[in-house]
Design a protein around this ligand. Structure first.
Ligand code: T5A
Length: 225
């Protein structure tokens, strides 16, 4: 029986997921909670190869793209996420199944039922206990991603160069998902500065699981989400 906590972060391009994930992991580790940070695509050695293919190829057919994300996820769940949860860890994952629904479903307009089935196969039914949706206006996220690329002397990746209406569709997709899964998905106003966003997420996390606000040593019983 898994005893860990599975938390995912979701949102459009440049929403601030990686920044928030780093804040949360630092805080949890300071309190002594065993924590694993990971991401999709790219949470395993195979996933890193798939990530390169997905982010650097400029003409993948939408179905090919969908299947590559599913392959990345199947490997990630079986090799990384499920073992960590079985070991009682807190898993913080940058993107998961909601990204496929938003990007390939709403963005690329592939069949939503097919995507749900594929997600089910790839995850063996493993759903996050809690998902933070970083809600940010599309233009702000793309500007952040663009500024960061410019500062690092890099070009934007394939999806960040996709037309604006694609990004609006996927933003709508995340909103739909949040409305349909209110018990799992917590919306965060991602226009806030990083520290405020981290505080808001921490309050939500520790309201749901008060034991995580204590040091791991002071917890008398194993984690039970
Ligand atoms: N994808 C993924 C699919 O299409 N289907 C799928 O099933 C899956 C799993 C992944 C791509 O794959 C697609 C979606 C993506 O296009 P990626 O490189 O991992 O590619 O891209 P993202 O996940 O979008 O990562 P980004 O790095 O672009 O965005 P983040 O992680 O949301 O943002 P972050 O934290 O790196 O911050 C971006 C910039 O903004 C600043 C940061 O300093 C940084 O410069 N920033 C803030 N500025 C102001 N206020 C804040 N609160 C800020 N937080 C961060």
């Amino acid at each position: 029986m898994p005893t860990g906590y599975f938390i995912t972060l979701e949102g459009g391009e440049g929403a601030g997921k990686t920044t928030l994930l780093t804040h949360l992991a630092r805080k949890l580790e300071t309190l002594g909670h065993p924590t694993l940070t990971t991401r999709e695509p790219g949470g395993t050695p195979l996933g890193n190869i798939l990530r390169q293919l997905l982010l650097e190829s400029d003409r993948l057919a939408p179905t090919t793209e969908l299947l590559l994300y599913a392959a990345d996820r199947a490997e990630h769940v079986s090799q990384t996420i499920q073992p960590a949860l079985n070991g009682g860890k807190i898993v913080l994952c940058d993107r998961y199944t909601d990204s496929t629904v938003a990007y390939q479903g709403y963005g690329r307009q592939l069949d939503l039922d097919l995507i749900q089935q594929l997600n089910q196969i790839a995850t063996c039914g493993l759903a996050p206990h809690l998902t933070f949706w970083l809600d940010l206006p599309v233009e702000t996220g793309l500007k952040r991603a663009g500024d960061r690329a410019k500062n690092m002397g890099q070009s934007l990746d394939r999806l960040e160069q996709t037309p604006l209406d694609f990004h609006h569709r996927l933003h709508h997709g995340f909103r739909q998902l949040a409305e349909q899964n209110g018990d799992r998905i917590a919306r965060l106003d991602a226009t806030q500065p990083p520290d405020c966003l981290a505080t808001a997420a921490w309050v939500l996390l520790t309201t749901r699981w008060p034991e995580l606000a204590q040091t791991a040593q002071s917890r008398s019983t194993p984690a039970q989400p």
